[in-house]
Design a protein around this ligand. Sequence first.
Ligand code: HPA
Length: 272
Amino acid sequence: MLQILKETAAWLRPQIPADTKIGVILGTGLGDLADAITDKKEISYEKIPHFPVSTVEGHSGKLIVGKLGGKPILAMQGRFHYYEGYDMKQVTFPVRVMQLLGFEYLFVSNAAGGMNGSFEVGDIMLIEDHINLFPEHPLRGKNYEELGVRFLDMSETYSKELRKLAVAVAEKNRIKLQKGVYVGLQGPTFETPAEYYYFRIIGGDAVGMSTVPEVIVAHHGGLKVLAFSIITDLGVIGKVMEVSHEEVQAAAKIAQPKMAFIMEEIIKQLKL
Ligand code: HPA
């Protein structure tokens, strides 16, 4: 595993500016954020040795090398979802590669269902913490000390410092920013009303089918993580709505310029 990761990192090394420290994962319907990236070069996943290839509609599957907020970044347009059949090592493979490339920050976005009664479709939620309900753990199996510790502390998985910056940027620019706990599960079904209710009771504000595996691995690898959910539908008791992938994509598209703006402003402020 380690050898394969090193081969991929070595292949990518010459294609990415040496001072790139920021990785970005763009979620469902959030690929347009790529428009804000300048000096772009694209590398499709098929070309990258050992990289899994993404299949789901709305995910085009490429790395974007470029600049955001004046700093070099590497963005993933299209991620690997567990429900597609990938195992956790594949889902988190790109994050490990970022780690081996010396990245220090990971910004993550996703589309999610809102369970908090004060949320509305189109809101952005800053993820403060998560509840991992995936059936397989990304750190299960042999632990490579070179990559991180066996038993990982999770008391501050989402960087406090970056969250503070996000809140400040949102306040200054009068962007409504919700905060909450993301419940991550495998999908591919959306939730039943009883399930939304259950996830609310256990402490969730939003629910989705991604992010948690990548975030755990990034944290394990020592990257500082910041993550946002776009609320694309509501699983609020009494207000549970019918939901389709198309609606999720459409709602995400509307909210994404605001999220892109917040990310860009934060990146501008990072001292790198
Ligand atoms: N549930 C799970 N995943 C999602 C949802 C949802 O309601 N909306 C967007 N992704």
